[in-house]
Design a protein around this ligand. Structure first.
Ligand SMILES: Nc1nc2c(ncn2[C@@H]2O[C@H](COP(=O)(O)OP(=O)(O)OP(=O)(O)O)[C@@H](O)[C@H]2O)c(=O)[nH]1
Ligand SMILES: [Mg+2]
Length: 327
């Protein structure tokens, strides 16, 4: 397919053409200098149509049921006449090679819904699976009118931090048993979550689930609250049997309203935008310096000093940036 003009891309995005939406996302994911100009032009043009969705991050150990949850939660939202975009990490390319359970969950049911859009993010080895352009992808989806953006993380390494940095609600899917280390309940993650859903709670393990809930509530009690006046809810349910998802929907709504009313919604989004700015400053500085092919390419020179192990990478980077900025 030929390359589309920015105008054609915008028209397609706004009119709900999923094929063009996909093309626009591929464009903003590209790091090629020749694509960046058009990507920035596109992002600029769609800005007025962005920012209106509820951005939800979902984490949990491999196999916790994140994809199953997203599929049924997505359907719940669609029943309420909402449009849902899912930015899922492609299991085949993620660090942990999908999960111990394989990648059979492709959200096939949700994918059939006209009001759903599913996009596997290329992990490209970046921090355990989350593409670093997920934020920009989200903006494009917002311009296409999606009300809920659901982002699944692989639940390893730094990917949670990354997703928490671009979302309004951070949801933790937990399963009963398995021990806390296995569950990834590190202090860091617990401090990031806004809502916990204990998944795979079916009749036979209800009692156990309630114990897990008590333990979690106790752990949460000792943490500094992330959001004033918000006690992190611990909900029980079964993503597979579509139980408890309505409650999650209601809680998310409640949480967003609380944040809007106390001003933290805007404040957090502004902080997130600042972080994105810093990210892109680094990205563009690197890109520009790599493009420059003069024999006096200080970037290559200092990088080589570091790779030759003749100097500290940090020192070389500092000298390079000082030269670059002329000070
Ligand atoms: N019994 C039961 N099984 C579930 C439930 N939710 C998910 N599963 C099953 O658990 C397995 C893993 O589900 P996924 O949704 O793929 O889990 P995931 O967290 O997305 O896994 P990764 O993306 O690989 O990390 C699948 O076989 C699901 O059918 C549930 O509520 N109850
Ligand atoms: Mg999954």
């Amino acid at each position: 397919m030929k390359n589309l003009s920015t105008e054609e891309l915008i028209k397609g995005i706004r009119s709900g053409d999923k094929r063009i939406l996909g093309k626009a996302i591929t464009l903003v994911e590209s790091k090629k200098p020749e694509h960046r100009n058009q990507a920035e032009e596109l992002l600029k043009e769609i800005l007025p149509f962005t920012g209106k969705s509820v951005r939800i991050g979902i984490t949990g150990v491999p196999g916790a049921g994140k994809s199953t949850f997203i599929e049924n939660f997505g359907k719940t939202a669609i029943q309420k006449e909402k449009k849902v975009a899912v930015l899922a990490i492609d299991p085949s390319s993620s660090l942990n090679k999908g999960s111990i359970l394989g990648d059979k969950t492709r959200m096939e049911d949700l994918a059939k819904e006209p009001n759903a859009f599913i996009r596997p993010s290329p992990s490209s080895g970046f921090l355990g699976g989350v593409a670093n352009t997920t934020f920009e992808t989200m903006l494009i989806c917002e311009a296409a009118g999606y009300d809920y953006i659901l982002i699944e993380t692989v639940g390893v390494g730094q990917s949670e931090v990354l997703v928490a940095d671009i979302t309004d609600v951070f949801l933790f899917l937990k399963i009963i048993g398995g021990g806390d280390e296995l569950q990834g309940i590190k202090r860091g993650i617990m401090e990031m979550v806004d809502l916990i859903f204990i998944n795979k709670v079916e009749d036979e393990n209800l009692r156990k689930a309630k114990n897990t809930k008590t333990e979690l509530m106790r752990a949460l009690h000792f943490l500094h609250p992330k959001e004033k006046n918000w006690k992190v809810p611990v909900l029980l349910g079964s993503a597979l049997q579509n139980k408890g998802l309505e409650e999650v929907y209601v809680k998310i709504d409640e949480f967003i309203n609380l944040k809007i009313n106390n001003g933290s919604f805007d404040k957090v989004r502004k902080n997130q935008a600042e972080k994105r700015f810093d990210y892109w400053v680094q990205e563009y500085i690197l890109q520009k310096t790599k493009e420059e092919n003069s024999s006096e390419n200080f970037y290559n020179m200092h990088k080589k000093n570091a790779s030759d192990l003749k100097a500290n990478p940090s020192s070389e980077a500092k000298i390079f940036v000082e030269k670059l900025l002329g000070k």
